[in-house]
Write a protein that binds this ligand. Structure first.
Ligand code: THU
Length: 148
């Protein structure tokens, strides 16, 4: 259950619907800042850290296509470079159809998030689908398992 805290959110176990709704809404707002002149596919993400702070990101493309970054990694990079290391859930929104994070973003989540990290994919009219990271990235590579 997540409780509204001072200026943020505190998670004690599983998130309630209000928290998921708020994160999805923040992802939709972040989407407005997407820079996507090449794909014209705007994506926003909002990430809840264990600190209860929320970090947002949007996709930022480049004329050299491979230099672009997805919304999810933009949010994760902002959070990690602000000093965060542990995360609870992420919402991603790209319009009416739920978008699923790409493989690279899932692997970056694997670096910082546990199996029960929740990913909310926003759909039409405030709806969303949700899956854990373990469901989204089975058998992902992690340093703790392979680089002891
Ligand atoms: N994109 C994201 O930002 N997140 C996703 O989950 C899927 C794809 C971006 C990358 C690129 O800027 C555009 O969407 C089209 O692939």
């Amino acid at each position: 259950m997540i409780l509204p805290g001072k200026g943020g959110l505190t998670m004690s176990h599983t998130p309630d619907a209000a928290v998921a709704d708020r994160l999805v809404e923040k992802a939709r707002t972040a989407r407005r800042n997407a820079y996507c002149p090449y794909s014209r596919f705007a994506v926003g993400a909002a990430l809840l850290a264990e600190s209860s702070r929320i970090y947002t990101g949007a996709n930022c493309e480049n004329a050299a296509f491979g230099a672009g970054i997805c919304a999810e990694r933009a949010a994760l990079s902002a959070a990690v470079t602000a000093g965060e290391r542990r995360f609870l859930l992420l919402a991603v929104a790209a319009g009416d159809k739920p978008v699923t994070p790409c493989g690279i973003c899932r692997q970056v989540m694997r670096e910082f998030c546990r199996d029960d990290f929740l990913i909310y994919m926003g759909g039409p009219e405030g709806s969303y689908e949700t899956h854990t990271l373990a469901e989204m990235l089975p058998f992902g590579f992690s340093a703790s398992q392979h680089m002891k």
